[in-house]
Design a protein around this ligand. Structure first.
Ligand code: C5J
Length: 284
């Protein structure tokens, strides 16, 4: 018997193009230098395991993958056998947080999970994983599943980005892998992330863990993240704040909004939004 090459494309997907992952020795393009502490935080959120402190100028609201493909029928989430209604409960709460963060002048960053139309950025293992009823790239009522530019790949209308809000297109679960997320945070002097979106135990967790390893402080808003599985939601949140905040903090949106209320945004001259961000960033 010839030995199996684990890097070879699945025999069942002969038409899949060659996947080109970054070489292991290449510098990770999104790795910023560790965030530098700025002035003393001006706000404090009642959070677990202890208060989360932040300032408007060093903090960003991050909205992970609030895409039709995850929260509407006929998309990627449903193709894996999930009940998408479980995720839609976060939309109204998150819409209020988004609106208040915009009013306060907090930087808002959106992410979208998805792939190039030729799937060259999609590992064959991801295409095959889970034996889905429909695969990434297959047609669906909202266009090809999880493909950039398709309707299903885009963000739900209630949370749609506005001009100036970076949109990070990511091929993986984490927002740092193979994207400009890290460099955008570094350019903007961001060192704390208020993390929201879906799903709690997959892309939210992966991003929080990536951020934590890079020196960012993460607060996860417990009612603004969603899972297809109630037990994963509960345990996923517990894991973040356990052991003294091993990955970060958790708090309900109401606690964060209380702390945000009354904070006046003070832009430092010269640190206005980058001109490159006038239109949403399609980082890849
Ligand atoms: C998943 C995500 N669950 N955004 N993606 O595949 O969490």
């Amino acid at each position: 018997m010839p030995e199996t090459d684990p890097t070879a494309p699945e025999p069942s997907s002969p038409s899949a193009p060659a996947f080109s992952s970054p070489p292991p020795s290449a510098p990770v393009p999104s790795s910023p230098s560790a965030p530098v502490p700025s002035s003393a935080p001006s706000a404090s959120v009642a959070a677990a395991p202890y208060p989360f402190e932040f300032s408007l100028d060093d903090t960003a609201l991050v909205i992970i993958d609030m895409q039709r493909d995850f929260v509407e029928p006929g998309g990627f989430g449903e193709s894996l056998g999930n009940d998408v209604d479980q995720l839609r409960t976060v939309i109204p709460v998150l819409a209020e947080v988004l609106e208040k963060c915009r009013s306060a002048g907090l930087l808002v960053i959106h992410t979208r999970e998805g792939h190039l139309p030729d799937l060259s950025d999609c590992p064959p293992s991801k295409l095959a994983r889970g034996n889905p009823s429909q695969r990434i790239g297959d047609p669906s009522p909202n266009g090809r599943i999880l493909i950039r530019g398709e309707k299903g790949h885009d963000i739900v209308p209630e949370l749609y980005p506005i001009d100036g809000e970076p949109v990070i297109d990511k091929p993986g679960k984490g927002a740092f892998y193979a994207t400009d997320f890290g460099s955008i945070l570094a350019e903007r002097g961001i060192r704390r992330l208020v993390v929201t979106g879906v799903t709690t135990e997959v892309c939210v967790h992966t991003t929080v863990r990536e951020a934590n390893d890079r020196g960012f402080e993460c607060l996860v808003l417990s009612d603004c993240v969603g899972s297809y599985f109630p037990e994963f939601q509960r345990v996923g949140l517990e894991m973040i704040a356990a052991q003294g905040g091993i990955f970060g903090w958790t708090a309900p949106a109401s606690a964060f909004l209380s702390a945000l209320a009354g904070q006046a945004h003070t832009h430092v001259p010269g640190q206005q939004p980058l001109t490159a961000l006038a239109d949403p960033v399609r980082a890849g």
